[in-house]
Write a protein that binds this ligand. Structure first.
Ligand code: SF4
Ligand code: SF4
Length: 272
């Protein structure tokens, strides 16, 4: 059957087929391409836990501008009182708890919330200095209306185990973005200083003396002075000198110091 006859047969006007002597051609089976397996990308479930903080850390996250969309697009935000209407932490486990703010030990609800976050989250990140070091809240001493008993505000590692710290008051948008990228791509080398125990807990400008200068590590670069949000540090004869009254105990200077995460004991062992 010619092409024209075939078309006519399709539209109902087929002429009677002329008898053909040829044996019918074997029907070719259509070979379908193998089905592609669907790859399901599961986004990490993230809860943003707000304790005694000023929301400045969250604002700094928003200051990443269009990169914020990358960050929010890469995760499934399951709890964030400022951005979403989820009143409680989700049922069951989730991947990451990002915690802003210190814990008030006299506030039962805060203590319960941080413990619940630790129980449910695979990874807890102390985000910003109030959560990481206590920061300005180290100066709290209670006695103010209308909760005069609220006097003890501590960094979250005093209550639960913390996996990583992002110091800063607030942390810079760049550091937040880079942390997220390193976490997603598994760049453990970049994440190492954030996961060091030294990054969390109580800090002050005096750490530069006890951790850096006393170990003969200071090279007089001035990075600590540049990173201090209250200008509590000035460089005097090539070494940092800090003003205790101005210091808000944020720990940014130690974290920024390029000599602060060197393996001091190892170096000492090589010198002696
Ligand atoms: S000296 Fe400045 S940067 Fe260092 S802990 Fe005090 S306030 Fe923070
Ligand atoms: S940042 Fe560190 S190395 Fe640089 S001046 Fe300050 S203490 Fe010294």
């Amino acid at each position: 059957m010619g092409l024209l006859d075939k078309l006519k047969s399709l539209f109902g006007g087929a002429p009677k087929a002329a008898p053909e002597n040829k044996a019918p051609e074997p029907v070719k089976k259509e070979v379908l391409p193998p089905k592609k397996e669907e790859v399901k990308v599961t986004k990490p479930k993230v809860a943003y836990v707000h304790l005694s903080g000023c929301t400045g850390c969250l604002v700094s996250l928003a200051d990443t501008y269009e990169k914020l969309l990358d960050v929010l697009g890469a995760v499934d935000m399951v709890y964030n009182l400022t951005l979403a209407d989820a009143r409680t932490l989700p049922e069951g486990k989730f991947d990451i708890a990002i915690v802003e703010g210190a814990v008030c030990l006299q506030d039962e609800e805060s203590v319960h919330l941080i413990k619940e976050a630790r129980e449910k989250a695979g990874l807890v990140v102390a985000y910003g200095d109030c959560a990481a070091t206590g920061n300005v809240l180290n100066n709290s001493r209670g006695g103010q209306w209308n909760q005069p008993q609220h006097e003890s505000f501590v960094p979250i590692n005093r209550v639960i185990k913390v996996d990583a710290y992002i110091p800063g008051c607030p942390p810079s948008p760049e550091i937040i973005y880079n942390f997220c990228i390193a976490a997603v791509t598994g760049d453990t080398e970049y994440l190492k200083p954030f996961m060091a125990n030294e990054a969390g807990g109580y800090h002050c400008g005096c750490d530069l003396n006890t951790r850096i200068i006393e170990n003969s590590l200071c090279m007089g670069c001035g990075t600590c002075a540049a990173s201090c949000p209250t200008r509590a540090i000035e460089m005097v004869y090539g070494r940092p000198s800090f003003n205790n009254i101005r210091c808000i105990k944020c720990g940014a200077c130690s974290f920024a110091c390029p000599r602060s995460f060197l393996p001091v004991n190892k170096i000492k062992g090589q010198i002696v």
